[in-house]
Design a protein around this ligand. Structure first.
Ligand code: MN
Length: 132
């Protein structure tokens, strides 16, 4: 079975390195975007198994990038997890209402990160075909 592909969207290089190292050590392939518009482009081009989306980004924020991913038929079904330091009461619900599949608070807990990637990355949501 081919390695799962995780699109990591993160503008902070130290956080990106953490994601890259942790995911690579667990056998995932990563695609990396540092802006919201790059995230949308890479998602459309590669159709990742799951997206980890930083919310605060330099150009499009994570919520707008998510909206574009959801409104494109090629990527509408791709699971997207919000990753953010905004951990106030009600934020999780706000992100889920915005259309994210789940929420990962920063600082990132490695076990929680891998649990989410495993759960969403292996859920079969593709409309079949073309995925052989
Ligand atoms: Mn950021």
């Amino acid at each position: 079975m081919a390695a799962q592909r995780v699109l990591v969207v993160e503008d902070n290089e130290r956080n990106m390195k953490l994601f890259r190292d942790v995911l690579a050590a667990s056998g995932y392939r990563t695609l990396e975007a540092t802006t919201g518009s790059q995230a949308v482009e890479l998602a459309q081009r590669h159709i990742p198994d799951v997206v980890l989306m930083d919310v605060q980004l330099p150009d499009l924020d994570g919520v707008e990038a998510l909206r574009r991913i959801r409104t494109d038929a090629r990527t509408a079904f791709v699971p997207v997890v919000a990753v953010t330091a905004q951990a106030m009461d009600g934020d999780r619900e706000r992100f889920l209402r915005a259309g994210f599949d789940d929420y990962l608070p920063k600082p990132v807990d490695v076990a929680e990160l891998l649990g989410l990637v495993r759960r969403y990355g292996t859920e079969v949501r593709r409309p079949s075909a073309s995925d052989s």
